[in-house]
Design a protein around this ligand. Structure first.
Ligand code: FES
Length: 181
């Protein structure tokens, strides 16, 4: 008897596909695993692309159009590679009144990046959110997942310069290895 693999092969032999397959397996490859699986893809690869979305759709036996629909509907899914660092500026009412607009302009001027884009060197992605649920901290900015309160254009640019100019921990480790340290 010939047994066929029920599930398609991942787009590459990257080990991170094991994590994504584990999410789908945990849900029995049911269609309702779609959002959680896309979340897993986003967290391990940083963004969703065409081969990924099609692989997830095929694995869950869903129409590709449905998977694309979900991936493009929710703003927390990114269809483009994100930068090494992220900055989310809250533009909700409380933050707007307290100057989020000036913060956005200062970031654009300092880093040459606009909302939804990543700097040419891939260091920083700039995003906006309608309300972070932390209006008492307005204007609030999230840098690499950390909420920063009562920000000004100057303190925001300083915070971003600090993270973008610091070498990532893995890079420092690699440098130490290549230096023979
Ligand atoms: S409006 Fe910015 S946190 Fe609520």
């Amino acid at each position: 008897m010939v047994y066929r693999n029920r599930h398609p092969d991942p787009p590459s032999d990257d080990k991170r596909w094991l994590i994504i397959n584990a999410t789908m397996r945990r849900h029995g490859y049911q269609a309702d695993a779609l959002i959680e699986t896309l979340h897993t893809v986003q967290s391990v690869f940083g963004y969703l692309d065409k081969p990924t979305i099609e692989f997830v759709a095929d694995s869950l036996s869903l129409p590709k159009s449905q998977a694309y629909g979900v991936a493009t509907f929710y703003h927390f899914f990114s269809m483009k590679p994100m930068g090494a660092h992220s900055c989310v500026v809250c533009t909700g009412t409380a933050c707007y009144i307290k100057g989020s607009d000036a913060i956005m302009k200062s970031i654009t001027n300092a880093f040459d990046v606009t909302d939804g884009e990543t700097t040419a060197d891939g260091q920083l992605s700039l995003l906006t959110a309608r309300c972070l649920g932390a209006c008492g901290l307005a204007p609030a900015v999230v840098v690499d997942g950390q909420v920063l309160a009562h920000m000004t254009p100057e303190t925001t640019v300083d915070a971003l310069e600090n993270v973008t100019q610091a070498a990532p921990a893995e890079e420092q480790a690699e440098e130490r290895v290549s230096d023979g340290a």
